[in-house]
Design a protein around this ligand. Structure first.
Ligand code: GLU
Ligand code: ZN
Length: 494
């Protein structure tokens, strides 16, 4: 077992409100949440909305709504506040300005007057000479006179952080020891010329001020870690940070064709999973397996089991493959585990407009309650329910040409005529009796049950596949079922 952290755990989930939430983001939130809950720590939810051009209020609301839907509750953050409020970076600008000034005053950062053209020219020259192509330190040691001269020229300046001239070493909780040489981490910008602080500043400053102990985030941010550690050291010297957090970088998630799952990939959109009727715990169960496992032979578990077992040391550094089929399979298992009442309730949205094609008044709660247990053992996602039960609430079964052609083979009219007669005489309080009616009719025409029931199913439900047929007939009722067989017969003999 891993060592328990010495101090109380404080982790953060800090997305930028741009676009729609995606599964990579959810995986990061989940691992932070599970780590916090496992160690009885604190999950801070922070909104990194310093990029006015890309951030939107709509996306912010979606983030909150998604976290609530998933059940990933936070201990400090939007709507609930906390000792480090506010938790939206757009409301913390004075803090960043203050820190930037202190860094400048103490020499940890300096104004850089280079224009984009100058930077480009020098970078191209360095490349051509086979030298490192990052910032060359041009403005590191400008004298007061040189600065004054640049300003007299009307140049504006950005604030650049001065990287120490030494290697940075840290132990990543997932990937082990990492050392980065100074030539690979040039001095970097922390405040734009217009005074706007950059991610490079605000993210570690907030982690420091919010006393974050563990930074768990995607591998794509690994390259920013040496820079942030150097900044942290300066913040400690200035009395702004108490210590440097531990870092753990979660493996990439690969999508189709072994390419990194991109935000724009339709498979990555959280909203899609919601609309298809994934259960939050089914989706989270699957996403937790992207880089982690509970045990070799186990992939279905509850959130409580996840919390009990999760630790960051067990996360695997290898890229994880996103497998939609497995995700669906796990979701289906979680659907089976619900009690039937909870299942019936969870299906609510898919029994109404805009998903349901029947008139609202045609919905019959009693019929739904009767069919729900059969549906629960068959659907993969809750949205599957609509097609499975529409025969109960539509005036007529859907017209599905492919099903009709497939089922109405041989002499379906003869079979249906016989089946109808037996069904009419059957005991409709007992699905067994209905089954025997179709079985007997099939025998009369030399057909096994499977072949004999296909035309009946299509006549009554419109489709070749669906819920158990004889329970379906019983729940729809004798009168309607027989009328539908008659309608099919009329169509066949027309
Ligand atoms: N706002 C950053 C992002 O969404 C957070 C990065 C981090 O976790 O440090 O990429
Ligand atoms: Zn410069």
């Amino acid at each position: 077992m891993a060592n328990a952290p010495a101090a109380p755990v404080r982790v953060r989930f800090c997305p930028s409100p741009t676009g729609n939430p995606h599964v990579g983001l959810v995986r990061t939130a989940l691992f932070n949440w599970a780590f916090a809950r496992h160690h009885q720590g604190t999950l801070v939810f922070r909104i990194e909305d310093t990029d006015a051009a890309r951030d939107s209020e709509e996306s912010y609301q979606q983030l909150l709504d998604s976290m609530r839907w998933l059940g990933l509750d936070w201990d400090e953050g939007p709507e609930i506040g906390g000792p480090h409020a506010p938790y939206r970076q757009s409301q913390r600008m004075d803090l960043y300005k203050d820190v930037a000034e202190k860094l400048l005053a103490a020499g940890y950062a300096y104004p850089c007057y280079c224009t984009t053209e100058e930077l480009d020219t020098r970078r191209d020259a360095a490349r051509a000479a086979g030298k490192p192509s990052g910032y060359d330190g041009h403005c590191r040691d400008l004298t007061a006179e040189q600065k004054a001269a640049y300003e007299a020229e009307g140049r504006s300046s950005i604030v650049r952080f001065r990287m120490p001239d030494e290697a940075i070493t840290f132990t990543d909780l997932v990937r082990g020891d990492i050392t980065v040489q100074p030539e690979n981490v040039p001095d970097y910008g922390i405040v734009r010329a217009n005074g706007a602080p950059l991610y490079t500043l605000v993210n570690p400053v907030d982690d420091a001020l919010m006393e974050i102990t563990h930074v768990l985030r995607g591998e794509d941010l690994l390259s920013s870690t040496p820079r942030q550690i150097a900044l942290y050291r300066a913040l400690i010297e200035l009395g702004i940070a108490k210590g440097t957090p531990a870092f753990g970088h979660l493996p990439y998630v690969m999508g189709e064709g072994n390419k990194k799952l991109s935000k724009r990939d339709p498979q990555a959109s959280l909203n899609l999973y919601r609309e298809r009727g994934f259960l939050p715990e089914g989706l989270l169960n699957y996403l937790s397996l992207l880089g982690w496992s509970i045990a070799e032979d186990r992939d279905i578990f509850s959130m409580d089991e996840l919390i009990a077992a999760f630790d960051i040391e067990d996360v695997n550094a290898n890229p994880a493959r996103f497998d939609l089929k497995k995700c669906e399979h796990i979701n289906a298992e979680h659907i089976r585990k619900l009690d039937v009442k909870a299942f019936a309730e969870a299906c609510g949205p898919w029994l109404q407009a805009p998903f349901a094609p029947w008139a609202p008044e045609a919905f019959d709660a009693e019929k739904w309650t009767a069919i729900a247990p059969y549906a629960q053992t068959r659907v993969t996602v809750l949205s599957d329910i609509t097609d499975n039960v529409d025969f109960l609430f539509l005036d007529e079964p859907v017209e599905d040409e492919a099903s009709w052609t497939k089922a109405m083979k041989g002499d379906p009219a003869a079979l249906l005529t016989t089946a109808r007669a037996h069904l009419e005489a059957a005991d409709w309080s007992d699905p067994e009796s209905l089954k025997n009616a179709v079985l007997t009719a099939g025998e009369a025409h030399g057909l096994k049950l499977g072949k004999a029931q296909a035309p009946v199913r299509v006549a009554v439900t419109g489709r070749t596949v669906g819920l158990p047929l004889f329970e379906s007939l019983q729940i729809l009722g004798r009168e309607k079922s027989l009328a539908r067989v008659d309608a099919a017969l009329a169509k066949l003999t027309a």
